[in-house]
Design a protein around this ligand. Structure first.
Ligand SMILES: *[C@@H]1O[C@H](CO)[C@@H](O)[C@H](O)[C@H]1NC(C)=O
Ligand SMILES: *[C@@H]1O[C@H](CO)[C@@H](O)[C@H](O)[C@H]1NC(C)=O
Ligand SMILES: *[C@@H]1O[C@H](CO)[C@@H](O)[C@H](O)[C@H]1NC(C)=O
Ligand SMILES: [Ca+2]
Length: 256
């Protein structure tokens, strides 16, 4: 990112110097072309870019497919049941069935910032997706899931929700990312029982941090299953859930 700024300001100086001369427009145009092509090269290296590289062998130099987004059906990438190893940044969820289905028998949430891991041979991955903001890696965000252990459909967001719409009274697990705590309520419009969840886990790599926390079921949070009706950003109750022991530092190796 620093490089982009340097390139930009150099180009602007050149443009300013040349602006009164004949041919200035040509020069200006070329300068901006240079900025644009440099920007593209740099954009590819955005330090907090979320990705998952899926390898079909244990060979770190082997071929891989890079995912940047959800894949509900790995047959689309020709990778059904064949991912052996992953290198990734972000909080990714792998499922043994298509569509993140509640029929999935095994789940794994690898969380890393620029880290790799071999998958257990028993995990035959058929769909995958990430938790957290679609924008920056550590933006404050919540994902509520219909099934326990982050399966099924989700209701997600980065702001207060006074109702969960069609997911009212249906959610069974949750992941939060980013530095803000979130409060989950059993009543509409931030009423009823409430529990607040802080992002007590941190993964760091290359000076980039990802904060997160999770509950694989609602009894972990002390709430009845299928009871959440609204969500607010911040901690708006004394009933604070801090989760299991915080996981700090390193390249991160949490499996949840
Ligand atoms: C996944 O869900 C979509 C949309 O609901 C559906 O069309 C598709 O058939 C499902 N795929 C599988 C393999 O169940
Ligand atoms: C991390 O940040 C520190 C202090 O800002 C800096 O000295 C160091 O070079 C950075 N490391 C990397 C890998 O960017
Ligand atoms: C909820 O998760 C906890 C562990 O986090 C587990 O001990 C408990 O059995 C789970 N309860 C249900 C109903 O799945
Ligand atoms: Ca449910």
């Amino acid at each position: 990112m620093v490089k982009i700024k340097q390139v930009c300001s150099q180009a602007l100086v050149i443009a300013g110097r040349e602006v009164n001369k004949m041919g200035a427009y040509v020069h200006l145009f070329l300068s901006f072309l240079a900025v644009i092509s440099n920007y593209n090269a740099q954009a590819f290296d955005i330090p907090d870019r979320r990705y998952l590289k899926a390898y079909i062998s244990d060979d770190p130099d082997g071929p891989y497919h890079e995912f940047l987004d959800y894949s509900p059906d790995l047959r689309d990438q020709g990778l059904d049941n064949s991912i052996k190893r992953v290198c990734l940044t972000g909080f990714w969820l792998l499922y043994s069935d298509y569509n993140y289905s509640e029929e999935s028998s095994e789940r794994l949430g690898p969380v890393h910032v620029n880290g790799c891991e071999a998958l257990p041979p028993s995990l035959s991955t058929s769909s995958l997706r990430y938790a957290g903001s679609p924008y920056h890696l550590d933006d404050s965000y919540y994902n509520l899931y219909e099934g326990i252990k982050y399966r099924g459909q989700e209701f997600r967001g980065n702001t207060n929700a006074d109702s969960l719409l069609e997911f009212d009274l249906r959610m069974s697990s949750v992941i939060i990312c980013g530095q803000s705590p979130w409060t989950f309520f059993t009543g509409l419009q931030f009423t009823g029982e409430a529990v607040c969840l802080y992002p007590t886990h941190i993964n760091t790599g290359n000076n980039i941090s990802l904060h997160w926390n999770f509950a694989q079921n609602m009894s972990q949070l002390g709430l009845p299953d299928n009871s959440i009706r609204s969500v607010a950003k911040g901690c708006l109750t004394d009933n604070v859930y801090r989760g299991d022991r915080p996981h700090q530092g390193g390249l991160g190796d949490a499996v949840v």
